[in-house]
Ligand binder design. Sequence first.
Ligand SMILES: O=C(O)C1=C[C@@H](OP(=O)(O)O)[C@@H](O)[C@H](O)C1
Ligand SMILES: C=C(OP(=O)(O)O)C(=O)O
Length: 397
Amino acid sequence: MRGTAQWLPASKSISNRALIINALAGGTSDLHNLSDANDTQLMLRLVNSNDRVIDVEDAGTTMRFLTAYFSVTRQAKVLTGTQRMKERPIALLVDALRALGVEIEYLEKDGYPPHEIKSFAGQKVQHISIRGDVSSQYISALMMIAPTLPQGLTLVLTGKIGSRPYIEMTVALMKHFGAQCTFVDNKIVVPHQAYRPAEFTVESDWSAASYWFSFAALAQDAEILLPRLSLDSLQGDSKIVEIMKTLGVQAVLENGLLKLTKTAHQKELHWDFTHCPDLAQTVAVICAVKGVTGHFTGLESLRIKETDRIAALQNELRKIGADLREDDTEHWTLIPTTSALPTSAFFNTYKDHRMAMAFAPLAMLMDVELEKPEVTRKSYPNFWKDIISFNVPATEV
Ligand SMILES: O=C(O)C1=C[C@@H](OP(=O)(O)O)[C@@H](O)[C@H](O)C1
Ligand SMILES: C=C(OP(=O)(O)O)C(=O)O
């Protein structure tokens, strides 16, 4: 398998932060290479929308960041989304905003969208404690609005902190646009200050890149080139380089492109996904078919993403004779396939882009049919176009 993933998207996490901060900085920054992911295209459109009802579809960051943004910019809005978005909790963020002085009401079920932002009379507190183990997106949302608050904001994160690199990414983006912010241990301090407009170029998306590591892992022979990725990235999902080394893929930067080639793989993988939850599906599927036993922790947050990703993985892995066994609430064992793979299989995707993209590379070994392949538009709209350019046969039925 040889070629370049020409349509690899820019990071949606970085793009969505840049768009929120740019809006708070007056909207005049030059932002280059924004992601074409639906989550970012939604953010681009909705952040300046005059509509009262804001439909974020299934975009988690867009929902959480806009809830904070519309609150501090005093825009009365109703935020809603898909049925699944109405099942993804938002209470911790709403509680924090209410403590700050924002009037927000739930319109259907307490703790979940849709919700209505009514008013913000003025900052009531400077100090907020918030759990760190549910979603870092609530924390990033509060951090980005913090410089605009008259008293600034101190956040104390309680319990285990998940997705920490995404919080560090928020710090880095805030700094790029002129706002100081410190994040030490479990404490984040943001003084009141003004953002400055700045030029910014978004790098490629490491989570999207992870699927090309999967193709390389399953190919007989591979030389895959990935554009605009840096190894010391703001994105925690660049950890895929380390993980996939164990699974038989070597990655080196050559002439500005990341080159993936084959190397020997090991029989076991111990990995904690606490700080890179979006890689779990990619890695589980590759372990399953390469005979690698996975000893995993840090999968808890997968249950509240686009679908319950633990249940979805368990259902679909069983179709190829593998399993993801829950040993206790914190430990999972990936039991790989020991028998021959079926010659073909149909995989359900649960309206989750990452289910589709994690299982697609199995096409290197068997005939794969995927339910609603268009779900990839959430983060990687040209995924199928990229696949076809590598001569992997893909047909839309
Ligand atoms: O801040 C972000 O851009 C994200 C944070 C992570 O979510 P959690 O913090 O909910 O784990 C990640 O799964 C999501 O895809 C993007
Ligand atoms: C979890 C994800 O996105 P979000 O939470 O922003 O919907 C994801 O892209 O895998």
